[in-house]
Design a protein around this ligand. Sequence first.
Ligand code: GDP
Length: 525
Amino acid sequence: MKYINEINRRKTFAIISHPDAGKTTLTEKFLLFGGAIQVAGAVKSNKIKKGATSDFMEIERQRGISVATSVMTFEYKDMLINLLDTPGHKDFAEDTYRTLTAVDSVILVVDSVNGVEEQTRRLMEVCRMRDTPVIVFINKMDRDGKFPFDLLDEIEKELNISLHPLTWPINMGKEFKGVYNLYDKSLNLFTPGQKATDENSVPIHDLADKLLDEKVGDRDAAQLREDAELLSGVYGDLDAEDYLKGRVAPVFFGSAVNNFGVKEMLDTFIRIAPTPEDRQTDKGLVKPTDDKFSGFIFKIHANLDPRHRDRIAFLRVCSGRFERNKNYHHVRLDKDVRFSAPYSFMARQKEVIDDAYPGDVVGLFDTGNFKIGDTLTEGADFYFTGMPSFSPEIFKEVVNKDPMKTKQLEKGLRQLTDEGVAQLFTQHNGNRKIIGCVGDLQFEVIQYRLLQEYGASVNFVPLAFYKACWITGEKKKLEDFVRFKQANVMEDKDGNLVYLAQSEWFLNTERQNNPDIEFHFTSEF
Ligand code: GDP
């Protein structure tokens, strides 16, 4: 337990939301509280804006921003907070998923006008897969949104999670007067366009206090008393364990752009959010307090300058202490690697560091050694699990337009796949190459980057596949199946066998005809 003090002061999390709900705005307010930035407007949105520029140019712009905002580390009240950024666009859902494997909790922003939206649902599914603790921030209370009780109902039903409000709004829209803090029983009064100051916080230990009527008016005071009674009857006290196990999500109301209700949430967050947690490996759990270092790569960023092939690999430290210039074991390649200039993302400045602790994210220069999901250890031979590939939604065959550049194309495809830009399936005993993606934007990125960075020009031919299934079974049975279904059997990036099904009907038929073969929709089972 050598590093227990370092571990206990770290909180590693992500803010997630449907585009436009207020993720960027909230991020910025957090950084302002942490003193990591001085002015509003310093955080650029990583959204893909449709319109003025063509999509792939827009993605390049976005890629530049997302290098800068991948990880934002700041200190707040002696805590060290690592805030990990996730892509805003749904086509990059897999990237978001991988980033969420590197955090210990999330804050989910919901727009009070729009309620639960498509991306909110998807992101929440991902959180549920790992039982990630979630705090909900209901934003834009300064607009005429849905009623708070209706919002709670909608979120509980749509996202299938129990909620527990810790603040409660007093009216909304133009009449929004502030929030009542159910936890420490104080009233925070709202003045539009102004940041909340200490004078705006009024302790009200007894809601019967006449001071309440004085501050918010008789009608809203009466409503709050009624709401508060209802709330305490329904919810009682928050059980921190339920939150940490991902069973209950605390809820805060506010307005990010007005910096209202944000501090209450941040103060609660640093109190209740989990510190670095145990991590699953193929050989059992690794505890952050284990003396020996271990960590995994969850993201790889190519250099924006095409003349430099080096990349940045993002390492999440899981146990022990990571040190500069020390030899570590790269488990997949079974070789030693060492880093002379690892860096951290303090105050959004890249800064070379000498060491890092569990919960931290370190940027490592990589010349092509890493794939997403790789494990580094201090000698031990285990790897972290829980970073599966999912079946893509869209499949296209790669057509090489320039046979002179076959080598470059192979290399480009391999490196882009290592980065996790898309999944590459290569024909088993053959040469066909099929790319699987979640959204069409990814194909544009691949085409553009293959040309820009590798000089390889390709076309894509759409294929009518429904799903990719990783197949397992007894050796002989598997070999027979592969022989009969040659045209549909491919290998993934790690050489695992994958069956591409034309339709749900085909898949079901194969399942019935081959009871000894198992078909999986993810690469980890
Ligand atoms: P993101 O896509 O989730 O990162 O959303 P942004 O933070 O970029 O916010 C989207 C838009 O909503 C911007 O125009 C913000 O100024 C606006 N916005 C954010 N918070 C609030 C809020 O509390 N009230 C209102 N009325 N607008 C907000």
